[in-house]
Design a protein around this ligand. Structure first.
Ligand SMILES: Cc1cc2nc3c(=O)[nH]c(=O)nc-3n(C[C@H](O)[C@H](O)[C@H](O)COP(=O)(O)OP(=O)(O)OC[C@H]3O[C@@H](n4cnc5c(N)ncnc54)[C@H](O)[C@@H]3O)c2cc1C
Length: 556
């Protein structure tokens, strides 16, 4: 496929693009945009297009594959009903796994511990207003998973043939067409919520049985199938009387519990599922006035040179190879808000989000430092739970620093200048944080190697974008601890099943195989596809390790 590059001034219009395309390809030649990106590295900001005359849709190639596979599956299940898979978690991994299974003729049961969307949004609004947190219905948990209340950035560093299919699916459910080619597509929290609401409705019409407020609190896999204990989870109610037992013969469990499901990790450990500690990152969330970032990036006269230009983005990284240390910015939200993404009452966690228009007065990003296996072992955080223990300690310390019994659930904040100088801030100006904030000494509550690397990194980032570390209104919030999962649930590299439990597919961010909306969705599809291939290849597959049998209905 021939790809050409066209660069146009920042303020070009559609006619300019059409004219440039006609000059290169000839008048009237149909073309497709592969990628559109803003290049703000030079004084004159330009927009770069990558275009092709191959107008076939890459998502269609996947659809052809689905048709062929369905014919083979129909042959396989000619004499037996299809088994019913169980998907746990309705985040991007769980949703796309269930969708992929359903378009191949399976009717999965999808269990989500949190409530449906409307109730979840009400609970989050109450949390922001009063600080009353529902442990099953918050920014991390509930219909749509963490993705629902995310920033809705659809960038990913992975490559996968499933990405065009995921983008096309989101477009069919209300996302703008441009997410298929923008270099940094962004739906915003409101945009992704709209898509998820429609996607959930599609899943139900495809035969997915979605059960909310249904937390899997135990499971047992036997030769003839799987028995689950499901708690009708809601705040303050986890007594056995609220539990229900579901047995499904021949069932396979797809677990997409996300990176904050500490109870679910405990369950996996209890059931002997092989897990290990995974490296992750810890740090703070930094915020500047959006205009200040725009000026640093586009120049002081940017408003007259580029009227109406979107808020600027930045991305910095510094690695000290000899120390095995890295500091980097992550999940930047121009015109966004800082949020308290806690999923339990005992700790505070920051994250960032924005709406589609990114019209807020502040821009924020995480500044995080890698936590290596060496850091964990040398800090006394050994074993598979080491990373999670460190995360909990930091979150609890930060919570205790500013929250006292009976007080609202506030987020610790500090002027950047004070963080760098090691001083407590006496007061904090207005910020974008949706939750109440209070001045704190964040530098004291993070591991010292984290504070130290952030301080050193800031000096270097400021050289790349002068003013970044010295702007008088810059502030930091913390801690930013849930950058990715502190665990990896070990799975077979090809078949993707747990190495200890052959009827369990650990997937998505929580299992340690993704980081973000798109990569989690890809992983959900990969696991569903690996499961389907087990049937298609069943003649060659060792039947002793695969226990797919008949019956597709739950038996109580
Ligand atoms: C505020 C915020 C902003 C973000 N912004 C972005 C962004 O802009 N771009 C991006 O790519 N990523 C972003 N992320 C990260 C992104 O949301 C996650 O990477 C992604 O949602 C992970 O998908 P997942 O399916 O693996 O898990 P999750 O989305 O975390 O979903 C897991 C689900 O499983 C449920 N669950 C857990 N245990 C059980 C159980 N025992 N029984 C039943 N259900 C259970 C949970 O309630 C949850 O709903 C953001 C995250 C947050 C919190």
């Amino acid at each position: 496929m021939a790809v050409i590059r066209i660069t146009l001034p920042y303020n070009h219009n559609e006619n300019d693009l059409a004219r440039a395309v006609a000059n290169r390809f000839g008048r009237g030649t149909p073309y497709r945009i592969l990628r559109r990106s803003l290049d703000a590295r030079q004084r004159n900001i330009v927009v770069e297009y990558h275009l092709t005359t191959d107008i076939s849709d890459p998502a269609d190639r996947i659809t052809d594959g689905i048709r062929k596979q369905n014919m083979r599956l129909d042959r396989h299940f000619r004499n037996t009903p299809r088994p019913r898979p169980i998907v746990v978690g309705s985040g991007p991994a769980g949703l796309f796994c269930a969708y992929w299974l359903s378009i191949h003729g399976f009717r999965p049961l999808l269990l989500e511990q949190g409530p449906p969307l409307a109730i979840r949004l009400r609970d989050i609004a109450r949390f922001i207003k009063t600080g009353a947190l529902d442990p099953f219905s918050n920014i991390c948990f509930g219909a749509g998973g963490a993705g629902t209340y995310s920033d809705g950035k659809l960038t990913t560093r992975i490559r996968s043939p499933f990405i065009p299919f995921i983008a096309a699916t989101l477009v069919r459910h209300g996302a703008p067409e441009e997410i298929r080619y923008l270099s940094e597509p962004h739906l915003g929290s409101n945009g992704i919520r709209r898509c998820i609401a429609r996607f959930l409705a599609t899943l139900e019409t495809q035969g997915v049985d979605i059960r909310y407020s249904s937390r899997i609190c135990d499971f047992e896999s036997r030769r003839d199938g799987m028995t689950l204990r499901v708690s009708r989870a809601c705040a303050g109610a986890s007594a056995a009387s609220n539990e229900e037992e579901i047995s499904i013969s021949g069932a396979t469990l797809f677990l997409a519990c996300g990176h904050s499901a500490r109870e679910t990790y405990r369950l996996l450990r209890k059931r002997g599922v092989r897990m290990e500690a995974k490296e992750f990152a810890v740090g703070i969330r930094i915020e500047h006035p959006a205009r200040a970032v725009d000026e640093m990036r586009y120049g002081a006269d940017y408003r007259s040179r580029y009227p109406g230009i979107e808020h600027a983005r930045y991305r910095f990284a510094q690695t000290w190879k000899d120390e095995g240390r890295a500091v980097y910015t992550f999940c930047m939200c121009p015109g966004g808000h800082v949020v308290n993404a806690a999923s339990g009452d005992d700790g505070v966690v920051t994250n960032g989000m924005s709406n589609a228009r990114r019209a807020g007065r502040f821009s924020n990003a995480a500044v995080v430092v890698n936590v290596s296996h060496y850091d964990l072992e040398h800090g006394g955080y050994e074993g598979p739970d080491g990373g999670c223990t460190l995360q909990c300690e930091v979150e609890e310390r930060c919570r205790a620093a500013v929250n006292h019994p009976g007080s609202a659930f506030v987020v610790p904040a500090q002027k950047l200048e004070d963080f760098l100088e090691g001083r407590r801030s006496s007061s904090i100006d207005r910020s974008s944080c949706l939750n109440p904030i209070a001045p704190a000494s964040l530098h004291e509550h993070l591991p010292s190697f984290v504070t130290d690397a952030i301080r050193r990194g800031m000096v270097l980032f400021d050289r790349k974008m002068p003013g970044f570390a010295t702007h008088p209104e810059a502030k930091v919030f913390g801690p930013e601890t849930r950058t990715s999962s502190p665990y990896r649930v070990v799975r077979h590299p090809v078949h993707l099943v747990s190495v200890s439990h052959p009827d369990l597919y650990p997937m998505g961010e929580g299992a340690g195989y993704a980081g973000g909306i798109v990569s989690s969705a890809v992983d959900g599809i990969r696991c569903a596809q690996a499961f389907i291939e087990r049937f298609i290849e069943s003649e060659r597959f060792d039947s002793a390790t695969v226990r797919h049998r008949s019956s597709d209905e739950p038996v109580d």
